[in-house]
Design a protein around this ligand. Structure first.
Ligand SMILES: CSCCC(=O)C(=O)COP(=O)(O)O
Ligand SMILES: [Mg+2]
Length: 230
C-alpha cells in the first residue's frame, strides 16, 4: 500500500501571505454584511450562537461580529470562526474576487504523488468547505480531484496527538503509513506522537530565517515539495 500524504495548507501547500493578506482581511470586511444578510439561516446561526455562548445572554449580533473580527486579528483557530470564514470565502471564490495561492512545487508534487497512486488528504484549521474551495479555485486551476479526504478542527486541534490518531482511523490506515507535511513544528510533534511520519516544510518565502538543528525537533526538513520522497 502506498504512503498516504496528509498536508497542511497555510505555510505548507500555499503561502502564509495569501491567507493573512487576502483571505483574512476579506472575511473581516465582509463579516458585518454576511451576518446581516445570512444571520437567520440555521447553518449560520448555529455558529453565531456558539460564539455568543461565551458572552452571556446580552450578546447581540454587533458584539458577535466584533468578537469574530478580534479573533481574525489574533489568528484564533476557532471552529465556529473557521466555519463562518469558509462561508464568506465561498462567496469570494464564486465571484472570482480571488484565486487561492498554491506553490508551484506543491502543485507539481501533489499531481505527481496522485499519479503514482498515493492517496492525498488535507488537515487544516480552515473548515473542510474552505479547504475544498481553496483547492478547487487555485491559481493552478481545480486541484480538488487529486484529494481523497479532508479534515478540519472538528476532528480535534492540530497540536493534539489524538487528532492524528482519529484521522488514521478515519482513513483506515496504519499511522506509520501516513506522512504529514506542515510548517508548524508543534503540529508535527503531535503527529509523530500518534505514530505518523513527518516532514517540516520550511519555505523561505514564509520563514526567511531557516529553522535548522534543534528548531526542527528531529523532523526531516525540506524547503519545497520537490525534496519529499514519500
Ligand atoms: C482553507 S485556507 C484557510 C486556512 C485557514 O483558515 C487557516 O487558519 C490556516 O491554517 P492551517 O492549518 O492550514 O495552517
Ligand atoms: Mg500551516
Amino acid at each position: 500500500m502506498q504512503t498516504t500524504i496528509l498536508t497542511d495548507i497555510e505555510g505548507t501547500a500555499g503561502s502564509i501571505s495569501f491567507v493573512r493578506d487576502v483571505l483574512f482581511p476579506y472575511a473581516r470586511r465582509e463579516l458585518p454584511r454576511f451576518v446581516r444578510e445570512h444571520g437567520s439561516e440555521p447553518d449560520v446561526r448555529r455558529w453565531l450562537d456558539q460564539v455568543a455562548t461565551g458572552h452571556g445572554a446580552m450578546c447581540d449580533d454587533a458584539m458577535i461580529v466584533e468578537t469574530l473580527q478580534g479573533w481574525i486579528d489574533e489568528d484564533r483557530k476557532d471552529t465556529a470562526l473557521k466555519a463562518l470564514q469558509g462561508m464568506m470565502w465561498t462567496e469570494g471564490y464564486a465571484r472570482a474576487d480571488f484565486t487561492a495561492h498554491v506553490y508551484p512545487d506543491a502543485v507539481d508534487g501533489l499531481r505527481r504523488w496522485h499519479a503514482a497512486g498515493h492517496p492525498l488528504a488535507v488537515y487544516s484549521s480552515g473548515s473542510v468547505p474552505a479547504q475544498k474551495m481553496f483547492f478547487g479555485h487555485s491559481d493552478a486551476g481545480d486541484l480538488l480531484p487529486l484529494f481523497d479526504a479532508f479534515f478540519d478542527t472538528e476532528v480535534g486541534g492540530k497540536r493534539e496527538a489524538a487528532s492524528y490518531a482519529r484521522i488514521a482511523v478515519e482513513l483506515g490506515r496504519a499511522p506509520d503509513s501516513i506522512l504529514f507535511l506542515s510548517d508548524v513544528v508543534a503540529e508535527l510533534d503531535a503527529a509523530r506522537e500518534a505514530g505518523l511520519r513527518t516532514v517540516l516544510v520550511d519555505r523561505l518565502e514564509d520563514y526567511p530565517q531557516p529553522r535548522t538543528g534543534d528548531a526542527c525537533n528531529g523532523h526531516p526538513r525540506v524547503e519545497s515539495f520537490d525534496a519529499i520522497s514519500p
